[in-house]
Design a protein around this ligand. Structure first.
Ligand code: FAD
Length: 553
């Protein structure tokens, strides 16, 4: 009926990461974190071996829900309930593999229309049930789970049946789309009419429009198309106060923006049923070029200058030296990326550009639009890259990056099968603090690795550039020490990284949201009075704390 990911990990059942065709990866990982990729992995967990807490839904609530959406769309099967218990954070993966299911929803409800969503919410509120909207279940901040001690009935409202493109207004270049549409389904419907949304998060295949809005998501091509907050022009949301419908206009001066309150609300205000979003004609030309910079600092300065220029690329991304090394290690023999470090390129980098190969940083810059726009932007970017000591290495590696980016998430389960933790933290900050945020975060992670006595590895890239700054995305990995609980060790590393963001004037998240994972930094991020306003908003709309209680604040 509705597609779901593996109950215990990322993506489709039967699809997983392999390293055999990447000969440099195993030696690289062994050297950097001490993990032997050739060692045996644990088999996928067997669902039948676990016991799932039984559904506690009262009969009257179940009957009201059946009346609202039909019996087929009210589900109490264990597997379905467990799929809806968590998202895909490292904490979620560790717990689910242990059979620690927490407070499993009692029922999963699949509404098919906005009227059905209203009826579901009415029934839930009448029974004082907890309601947690569910998109694709891909969040990594713990924004889907009910409090462990929740004694009220818990409903997961899965929006997967509401996945249609309702209307394209070709004159205004906006489309009305139902909130449960998954990325590929939504793009296929738009592409069929010659349009694109231009929103491609790495989780694109398994996340939904409603989820993107509720978490303030950002896609790879945000430099051109904007974050989902820019793309979303109007929303319809079923709340305990009725249906909120914001106006389909480009901008408004009508007091605090209700549309903005819905963006990032993580199900705390209601259930988003549809949105009107900006769409663009499919581009005449699209290319991603690879570049090398002498070091991360010169790459950062080039990205800042590109953001301030007339170039207007779709992607700006530069990896630090550790991520560059990792990218080379994951490349297949004779595929685009390893060709980057051919003898010719190495000679050019060292002899002509005076680069030190161990410090060199890889960058991808994307261009999209008319042929004339792409040509002009490429020229402007080339000049800026050259000014910062870099050079272009062509389109082949960029094509490969583009094809493979949705496969990368499978690597986390692969290393977890072998006893290693691999996770991410991301932030945004101003250009003037970018390098400091980077260096202090790397140092904080290493202090945390030392504290737990493990050999850890952390790397970073800059992506999503803006006029005043950009996002930095950190990936870290280590083999659990075996001396402490894995979750406790994970908290130490993740906590050190997050606290460094806050202490250095960066934010707790650029696009992953708050959930329960980041809730402890929400007040530091928004100020005590700011957090109070957010709490007042949630309490005013939902005084019974029925809607996803515990997420954000
Ligand atoms: P879910 O995980 O189902 O829900 C997330 C939150 O939104 C919950 O609080 C839920 O209650 C609420 N919600 C969902 N639907 C609705 C609705 N209709 N109405 C009201 N509330 C709703 N994020 C990015 O922004 N960019 C990335 O590049 C990116 N890459 C990722 C890569 C991986 C491997 C993983 C695991 C995650 C990644 N994420 C990324 C995070 C995640 O995909 C996003 O947060 C995404 O927006 C979540 O969408 P979803 O549909 O899966 O929502």
């Amino acid at each position: 009926m509705v597609e779901h990911m593996k109950w215990w990990g990322w993506g489709q059942e039967g699809v997983s990461f392999h390293h055999e065709d990447k000969p440099d990866l195993a030696p690289f990982v062994l050297e950097r974190v001490g993990l032997d990729l050739n060692g045996p992995g644990v088999p996928a967990p067997d669902f039948s071996k676990f016991s799932v807490p039984p559904s506690q839904a009262p009969g009257a609530l179940r009957e009201a829900l059946v009346a609202a959406v039909g019996a087929r769309h009210v589900v109490d099967e264990d597997l379905d309930r467990v799929v809806h218990t968590y998202g895909k954070s490292m904490r979620d993966l560790l717990r689910i593999r242990r059979g620690d299911f927490g407070r499993v929803p009692d029922l999963v409800v699949y509404p098919g229309t906005e009227a059905e969503v209203e009826a579901v919410l009415r029934a839930a509120l009448a029974a004082d049930a907890v309601v947690i909207p569910f998109g694709g279940g891909s969040n990594i901040v713990g924004s889907l789970e009910a409090p462990r001690d929740e004694t009220r009935p818990v409903l997961s409202v899965d929006m997967g049946r509401m996945n249609a493109l309702l209307e394209v207004d070709e004159t205004s270049q906006v489309a009305r789309i139902q909130a449960g549409a998954l990325g590929p389904h939504l793009e296929a419907q738009l592409n069929g009419r010659g349009w694109t949304l231009g929103h491609f998060p790495d989780s694109f295949k398994h996340s939904t429009l409603g989820g993107w809005i509720a978490t303030r998501s950002s896609g790879t091509q945000s430099d051109r198309f904007g974050d989902i907050a820019d793309i979303t022009r109007a929303v319809r949301v079923v709340t305990p106060r009725g249906v909120v419908a914001t106006r389909n206009v480009p901008s408004q001066s009508t007091g605090p923006s209700v549309r903005e309150m819905v963006l990032g609300s993580e199900g705390r205000l209601g259930i988003i049923t549809e949105a009107t979003v900006q769409v663009h004609r499919l581009a005449e030309e699209r290319v991603i070029l690879a570049y090398f910079f002498p070091d991360y600092g010169s790459g950062l300065r080039a990205m800042r200058d590109i953001a301030a220029s007339d170039a207007y690329p779709s992607i700006t991304r530069v990896s630090d030296e550790n991520e560059t090394a990792f990218t080379f290690a994951t490349s297949k023999k004779s595929a685009g990326l390893s060709a980057l470090l051919s003898k010719g390129v190495k000679l050019y980098a060292t002899k002509r550009k005076g680069m030190d190969l161990s410090r060199m940083c890889l960058s991808f810059i994307g261009f999209e639009g008319s042929a004339a726009h792409v040509k002009r932007s490429r020229g402007l970017v080339n000049d800026i890259v050259a000014k910062h000591g870099g050079f272009c290495v062509g389109a082949g590696p960029g094509r490969l990056y583009d094809q493979k980016k949705f496969d990368t998430p499978y690597i986390r389960d692969f290393i977890l099968d072998r006893g290693a933790i691999g996770d991410v933290s991301e932030t945004s900050s101003s250009w003037s603090t970018m390098q400091t945020v980077h260096d202090n975060t790397v140092a904080a992670a290493h202090r945390a690795f030392d504290e737990i006595g493990v050999k850890g590895f952390i790397f970073c890239h800059l992506s999503h550039s803006y006029h005043m700054g950009a996002c930095q995305y950190f990936t870290f990995a280590y083999v659990s020490s075996g001396r402490r609980d894995e979750l406790e060790e994970y908290d130490l590393v993740k906590g050190a990284i997050q606290q460094t963001f806050i202490d250095n004037g960066a934010t707790l998240s650029h696009h992953h949201a708050v959930g329960r994972e980041h809730a402890r930094w929400h007040e530091q991020d928004t100020s005590p009075a700011g957090a109070e306003i957010v709490r007042a908003l949630f309490d005013g709309v939902d005084p019974g704390r029925n809607l996803n209680p515990g997420a954000i604040t």
